[in-house]
Design a protein around this ligand. Structure first.
Ligand SMILES: *Cc1c(COP(=O)(O)O)cnc(C)c1O
Length: 381
């Protein structure tokens, strides 16, 4: 990744003046700060950011500048990154399985909030983490639908085990809390309803009052033109259900969005390398690059096509198969994308909403994967 000093007006200007040979992610700090303010204003509790979704330094710095005071981290590298860029921020070490070397690193870095989902890992923490002012959040899972895929497949204790862990963490002298993740790109707000009520039941069974309840990430980003997610509706539901479920024992709420925070602040510019026999589109970016997620959670259909002079192509759409640049036949977008009929070799596709899980999972497979990040005032046009 390289960074230039130019601040562009918008992606079309990057195309017109730079005609990039490699994929470019265009970052609009103003868009990121606007989303951060939307979360801080609307969410009924503490807003943190899940670093894994996009660990770019500009992202961390802009979030800190916008008032985000906590970060969900999963590794020593992420801990050190946030310590360096936002020294005063709280670190929530919410990867529930850690090596002893990683725990020691986090203790030395002053981590005060940890998640667990098993007895063995709680015992590790009890042996290594001082209790004073330290919070242990028990991560639980439910068989709930609504997200793009199942986050309970890897992490999360069942409700029974969660009650046991909560009691044990409290008895060991830690501040007891609960946490869950409804699954990424969770477009059904009822998932939060079910999880929050289950959290209250776990507390009642454990006989422990949770200090905080972290309602996870999972906040959806805008992937389908027709379906702009209503974050404020989800916030209102979480607020209402937390009061209904916990009454006077309502814990402090925390959220840790990754995708919902960062996706909208980046657009991806990819060039049409070839229009093979007037049928298949070959891009210079694909599923081993910034488009990793498309086969897993579906295409983003918020795509515009621009001629090399930056002007948008406007002809009636034709559905086309779109391949990435590598020689692997898995390297294609699912289904077909409706693209303007006048699309030509050398044109550029601009995908909106590309800030999450793009830079973070870009590989160098087959010698591709070079990508620049450019900064723009706006992502419109
Ligand atoms: C990945 C992750 C998140 C962020 O998830 P999104 O779906 O991107 O919002 C939040 N919390 C934890 C513990 C995670 O692992």
């Amino acid at each position: 990744m390289g960074l230039s000093n130019t601040i562009w007006a918008n992606p079309a200007e990057v195309i017109r003046l730079k005609r990039p040979d490699h994929p470019v992610l265009v970052f609009a700090p103003a868009a990121l700060q606007a989303t951060a303010r939307r979360f801080i204003k609307g969410f009924p509790g503490v807003v943190t950011y899940a670093v894994k979704s996009n660990p770019d330094e500009m992202v961390i710095q802009n979030l800190a500048a916008a008032g985000v005071t906590g970060f969900d981290v999963a590794s020593p590298w992420e801990i050190d990154l946030v310590r360096r860029l936002a020294p005063g921020a709280a670190l929530h070490y919410h990867n529930p399985v850690r090596g002893r070397d990683e725990i020691a690193h986090a203790v030395a870095a002053g981590v005060k909030t940890w998640s667990v989902d098993s007895v063995s890992e709680l015992d590790k923490l009890i042996g290594m983490v001082p209790t004073d002012g330290c919070e242990i959040s028990v991560r639980f899972k439910l068989p709930v639908e609504g997200a793009a895929y199942n986050f309970g497949a890897k992490f999360g204790a069942t409700a029974d085990v969660a009650a046991l862990l909560l009691r044990r963490a409290a008895a060991a002298g830690y501040i007891p809390s609960l946490t869950f993740h409804p699954g990424t790109q969770c477009t059904d707000p009822m998932a939060w309803d079910t999880y929050i009520r289950a959290a209250a039941t776990i507390c009642a069974e454990a006989g422990v009052k949770a200090h905080r309840l972290n309602v996870g990430g999972g906040f959806p980003s805008h992937r389908q033109q027709a379906l702009a997610p209503a974050l404020e509706d989800i916030f209102a539901l979480i607020d209402r259900v937390a009061t209904e479920a916990f009454g006077a024992d309502r814990p402090i709420l925390v959220c840790e969005p990754g995708r919902g925070m960062v996706a909208e602040s980046f657009s991806l510019i990819a060039r049409v390398k070839a229009l093979r026999d007037e049928a298949h589109v070959f891009l210079n970016d694909g599923v081993y690059g910034n488009l990793t997620e498309m086969p897993q959670i579906g295409n983003i259909d918020r795509v515009s096509v621009h001629a090399p002079d930056g002007r948008p192509r406007m002809a009636a759409p034709i559905r086309r198969v779109v391949f990435g640049p590598t020689c692997d036949s898995l390297d294609r977008l699912p289904g077909e994308l409706p693209l303007p009929g006048d699309l030509a070799e050398g044109d550029y596709l601009v995908f909106k909403g590309m800030g999450a899980y793009s830079t973070a999972t870009n590989t160098r497979f087959n010698g591709f994967g070079q990508c620049e990040i450019e900064t723009a005032l706006s992502l419109v046009g």
